[in-house]
Design a protein around this ligand. Sequence first.
Ligand code: CTP
Ligand code: MG
Length: 250
Amino acid sequence: MEKRRCTAVILAAGSGRRMNSTVAKQFMLLGGKPLIFYALNAIEQSEIIDDCILVTGKEDIEYVKKEIVERFSFHKVDCVIEGGDERYASVAKAMKVIERGELRVQNQDGLVFVHDGARPFLTEEILQNTYRDACLYHACVAAVPSKDTIKIADEAGFAKTTPDRKWVWNVQTPQVFDTSLITSAYSELMLRLEELKEKGIAVTDDAGVVELFGNCKIRLSQGSYENLKITTPEDLIWAESLINRAFSEK
Ligand code: CTP
Ligand code: MG
């Protein structure tokens, strides 16, 4: 089968509140390089991904163009765009770029890989797993079986129910979709934000948007326990040791 066109959306427009640092977490140094380098490097090296939309804060666009994209010669970055206040708003802006045909090469019937820039350990294997599943099922997310037992809490902070662990997965990124599926789901989301707010429905990932508006089941694809999201300061300690191991293997 012919290889489908694949556009990655790399998200780096968050404020990193839980990291509690002065430097935005996507630019904090990990193994001597800015955190965002690693996801972009995996994209640049990948045989699957053709091009990339990099989403960052308005005030960081010039820095990112010069000190990240140019400095490390990330040729697959098609554009660096301004994000929104919430993760979903950042993704929605990238979807508009694709929908309006603003990419140098059109991707109207290919695939879109949405990936958190705060996940530095993206591998070619994960890109291949998710590519394969997206071709088969139209929508998939990298995920791993939960090692912990999960409790659903009540409002007072007591355990209410315990889902059987064999059905519980930790969801990661990339989250991969047919272009038409994800762009139309995000268009619908942006039209219906008020309604969701009234119903108390929060949107925390892209698959959630497709679950709401996409009419397509999401396949859980094999991610990796190492595909961490750097969220709080102790995550950086894990990440440093993984980076050191990766270097010592080479
Ligand atoms: N992100 C984004 N735009 C936003 C919010 C988040 O592009 N408005 C990106 C982040 O940069 C990150 C990814 O989405 O790469 C996952 O979000 P998260 O880990 O929550 O990062 P932050 O929102 O920056 O951190 P926090 O929630 O602690 O403030
Ligand atoms: Mg956040």
